[in-house]
Each structure stands twice: as C-alpha cells, then as structure tokens.
Ligand binder design. Structure first.
Ligand SMILES: [Zn+2]
Length: 340
C-alpha cells in the first residue's frame, strides 16, 4: 500500500470527524524567558516544551505511517456500532491503546543480555554516544550480564522520533510515543506530567467535550482514579501540557485526602500564574476565535475539576487495579502495587 493511501484515509477521517486545530506549520517565536523565577516554575516551563516536539509535520507523517490504520479504524468502527457513549475518534484512540501495548511497545525494567539473553544487573550510567545523543537520548543506563558479563547499554530516548523504531522503555518513553501517535491521528492530546515520577496522556473527546485520561502503559481509558485508588500512589501535582497551553489537572487524579501529598513546591498563586503564562505563550498566534473557544473549554474544565472536590462517587472496578507494567520489586519499591 502506498503512503498516499494512508494519508487519504487519515485526511478523509479528519474531514469527517471535524478535527481540531491543524498542526501549526509556521515557525513560532522562541519562548521568552520565564517571568517567574522560582525553580519549580522554571521546571514547569521546561516541561511544557516536551509536547511541542510532537508538532512537526514530518514526524507526524512518520508516526501515521507506523500505524496499522486499516485495523485500527475497523476495530473502532466495530466498537462504535455497539456503543453510543463514545464517539468514533474516542474508539479509535481506545483501539490505539490496545495495539500500542499488545503489539507495538515493550516495557523494560531491566534489559536482557543482547548476547545470551540472560539476566543483567545495573552498574550505573554512561554518557550517550554521539549517535545516541543525535537520536535524542539524554542518558544511558549500563547493565552487565550476570552470566557472560556482556555490557548492555539502555539509552533513555526523550524524543519520540527514535521511539517510533526503538519501541521500548518505561512510562516516559511510552507516554511520549503514545501522545505523538494520538496527535498523528488528529486528536488533541496532552502530555501529563506527575511530580511523583509518572507521565501519561490525555485526549480531548469531541463527543464528551472533555479531556479523557489515557495511560498507554496500562491500556487505561477514562480511569483517572487508577493511580490513587488502584495503585495506591500518593501524588501532589499532575500538570497537562500541550500545544494549546498548560493546565493543572491534579484534581482529576487526586481526589481523596489520603491520596494527596503536600503541594509545597510553589505557592498556589504562583502556580496559577506560571501555567497562565505558558498558556498565553502557546496561544500567542492563535486566531481570536480559536482563543475564545479554548477559553470556554478552560472554564468548562475548571467546573469539571471543581466537581471532583469532595465528591464521594466510588471508583470503577477498572480503576481499582494495581499497576500492570513494571512488576514485583520495582512497583513494591514505588508503593504502586495496590497494597495501600
Ligand atoms: Zn549474557
């Protein structure tokens, strides 16, 4: 099948579902220096640039060509026939979640020996080689085979281009690559960063008119209480970043007092200002009509998040499950095994 065929399917689908702001092709001005200088504010400004890497048309095309589109669309259409709750694009992302975890990406706690396939043990970190660096690896973990002593390098790629072919890692790599794939299918997607060492995705549902939690590591769709109530994870901040801005989505994921860690990295008022500054920067060149739509959405989301405060609706069965990726000692050490 030719590349054109794939693009035709995608653009027809995009046209049919009335999709979202096209990926900006013009070069945006370099971000200005953060207005607020506290370290956490600067960290948030840095993090907010992560999803900007997904907005590259060549990369989005590459991502789209990686996908088994026929299979994903047919699965989504089948699911949509029997369900009136979610829209077609929501079903498409759910099909993507399943394919991504079952057939595409691999979770790596500790890499196997590349020579004998045996178990390895971590022996520290190394600087990336020029090639690894060029492919977007910020750092490299080094392992030694317990039997044949072969050294195994495990580069941690932070850029999604290399991940389309490397296809392995931990939640950072998973969320990075999955969010890119959601964008390539025409969905609006956020990259959600949690201060307690986890990242995931949120996808905007045009049918539900709200942002939906999507965790590629766990094939989780709209299960925001999974971390707090399923894993027993304690969290302080969860911030969603996208090409449209930055939003404090903590209240969607942290709903009970017992699940909350102190929010003491920054005064709340400064956090609000920081996220507002990032959002303004992202929307700088958006048309007034587009900004106005986004502002209405912001207000609707604020009302939604407010509704979770002191809401005692029990979590769903799907949310009450321990962590699936990263088994045994690794999850035990992180307190994410569901044993509260
Ligand atoms: Zn070996």
């Amino acid at each position: 099948m030719s590349g054109n065929w794939i693009h035709d399917v995608a653009s027809r689908y995009r046209a049919a579902t009335g999709s979202l702001p096209p990926v900006p092709t013009m070069t945006r001005p370099q971000p200005t220096a953060p207005l607020i200088a506290s370290p956490f504010s600067r960290e948030l400004h840095d993090l907010s640039r992560t999803p900007l890497a997904f907005e590259d048309q060549t990369l989005l095309d590459e991502a789209l060509e990686t996908l088994p589109l026929e299979r994903l669309y047919s699965e989504a259409e089948h699911a949509a026939e029997n369900d009136k709750v979610w829209g077609m694009q929501d079903h498409l992302i759910q099909a993507l979640l399943k394919w991504f975890r079952n057939d595409f990406f691999t979770w790596v706690n500790v890499p196997s020996c590349t020579y004998c396939g045996g178990e390895t043990a971590a022996i520290g970190g190394r600087a990336p080689t020029p090639q690894e660096q060029a492919d977007g690896a910020g750092r490299v973990e080094l392992y030694e085979c317990k039997s044949c002593k072969t050294l195994v390098r495990f580069p941690r790629y932070g850029h999604p281009r290399k991940l389309l072919t490397f296809r392995k890692g931990r939640c950072g790599e998973w969320a990075n690559c999955f969010t890119l794939l959601c964008r390539s299918l025409g969905s609006r997607a956020r990259w959600v960063w949690c201060a307690e060492d986890h990242v995931w995705t949120e996808v905007y549902s045009e049918t539900k008119k709200r942002w939906i939690h999507a965790d590629s590591c766990e094939t989780a769709w709209d299960q925001p209480r999974l971390y707090e109530q399923g894993w027993g994870k304690k969290m302080s901040y969860a911030i969603g970043f996208s090409v449209e801005g930055a939003t404090d989505v903590s209240r969607r994921y942290i709903r009970t007092e017992g699940g909350q860690l102190p929010r003491n990295r920054i005064p709340e008022s400064e956090l609000v200002l920081t996220l507002r500054a990032i959002t303004q920067e992202r929307r700088l060149e958006f048309a007034a009509s587009e900004k106005s739509v986004l502002e209405s959405e912001d207000l609707a989301e604020e009302r939604e998040l407010q509704s979770y405060v002191n809401n005692t609706t029990p979590a769903s069965t799907a949310e009450l499950r321990p962590r699936e990726t990263g088994a045994g000692e690794w999850t035990d050490a992180r307190g994410e095994n569901g044993r509260h």
